[in-house]
Design a binder for this molecule. Structure first.
Ligand code: CAA
Ligand code: NAD
Length: 313
């Protein structure tokens, strides 16, 4: 046995990263983000179960994943339609759906929660599954803005809890923010980071701070754009054009707000406003409130700051 082998052997048997890798994943919530996370996990060889609240939501998630997978396949296998078809078929064979939350976590290595941005609902969910999921199962939230420590507080597995914050559209965006709370064990952190890499994402690490890195910078930008529109400084179209051509952003702030969902942006700002009432940037914006009250949530409802035709991507 060579010295090199001994060293490697010691590393492999003791490194947290080499502890049993994540194979079975349960994604709770099959909306915009959950379906993207499930798709990418299945594409990269994981067995995935998506949990939703009713058949309608399951159908919607399945259709969304099918459409997105076709786009990925077209890009990966441009001139090889047979390979593209195999890729889609094999990915779908690893994807399952369920309405039974407890059953869906009983044999899983990782739970990624992607339900609506509401602390009470997230608490209810995690307290339900904490006593059912196996001991080794890691719990993660994809929250955009809530504190991971607040979410984890209802569980008895804070050492196996963290944040995995993906970006929309998940199949395209290359970043994954990995959030650890003080109790997150090294093994959990290493496993979450290794899983992110297995999904083909570049990971960065951030403390459990409001909005982590990207949203702490991006959401105030969206909020300021809405305030600019409210004041009548410029039209939504001109503000979008300005940021695309003047700052090289791929989407203007109103296109992005409609893409993310105006309800999500409002949930984020309202939560931060409650926690930090003196911060001007987080104060409620009447125009955003009005749009949400009118159900103009953006692309997902067909209207937000802009109107969308059926079938718009
Ligand atoms: N699934 C799979 N592939 C997709 C896709 C999806 N949902 N969306 C885009 N693509 C791929 C496809 O290959 C597509 O080609 P086809 O149209 O031929 O299928 C290709 O990307 C190009 O897409 P588009 O022509 O629609 O447009 P685009 O070139 O402008 O790219 C975009 C679209 C990637 C969304 C780009 O506009 C962009 O990067 N926008 C900014 C997105 C962003 O900032 N996201 C972060 C939001 S914040 C967040 O997510 C955090 C939070 O907590 C709120
Ligand atoms: P969404 O409204 O598109 O999807 C949420 C889904 O969760 C819905 O389909 C709903 O039926 C389902 N759901 C609600 N309660 C459930 C429960 N108890 N069990 C199972 N399913 C349940 O929302 P989204 O945009 O996908 O956001 C989900 C989470 O991801 C939020 O925490 C949000 O802040 C975060 N996030 C959103 C974005 C974005 O761009 N929209 C980006 C990153 C993170």
């Amino acid at each position: 046995m060579t010295f090199q082998f001994l060293v490697l052997n010691r590393y492999f048997s003791s490194s947290p990263a080499m502890a049993a890798a994540i194979k079975n994943v349960t994604v709770i919530g099959g909306g915009l983000m959950g379906s993207g996370i499930a798709q990418v996990a299945a594409q990269t060889g994981h067995r995935v179960t998506v949990v939703e609240v009713n058949e309608n939501a399951i159908e919607k998630a399945k259709n969304g994943i099918q459409n997105s997978l076709q786009r990925v396949a077209k890009k990966l296998y441009k001139d090889k339609p047979a390979d593209a078809e195999t890729f889609v078929k094999e990915t779908l064979s690893r994807l399952h759906t369920s309405l039974d939350l407890k059953d869906a976590v009983k044999d899983t290595d990782l739970v990624v929660e992607a339900i609506v941005e509401n602390l009470d609902l997230k608490h209810k969910l995690f307290s339900t599954i904490d006593s059912v999921a196996p001991n080794h199962t890691i719990f993660a939230s994809n929250t955009s803005s809530l504190s991971i420590q607040d979410i984890a507080s209802v569980t008895k597995r804070k050492d196996r809890f963290g944040g995995l914050h993906f970006f929309n559209p998940v199949p395209v965006m290359k970043l994954l923010e990995v959030i650890r709370i003080p109790e997150t064990s090294d093994e959990t952190y290493e496993k979450m980071t290794a899983w992110g890499k297995a999904l083909g994402k570049t990971t960065i690490t951030c403390k459990d701070t409001p909005g982590f890195v990207v949203n702490r910078l991006l959401v105030p930008l969206l909020a300021e754009a809405v305030r600019m529109l409210e004041r009548g400084d410029a039209t939504a179209r001109d503000i979008d054009t300005a940021m695309k051509l003047g700052a090289s952003h791929p989407m203007g702030p109103f296109e992005l707000a409609d893409y993310v969902g105006n309800d999500t942006t409002k949930f984020i700002l309202d939560g931060w406003h409650q926690k930090y009432p003196d911060v001007e940037l987080f104060k409620p914006i009447p125009l955003l409130t009005k749009l949400v009250e009118e159900g103009k949530l953006g692309l997902k409802t067909g209207e937000g700051f802009y109107k969308y035709d059926k079938g718009t991507k």
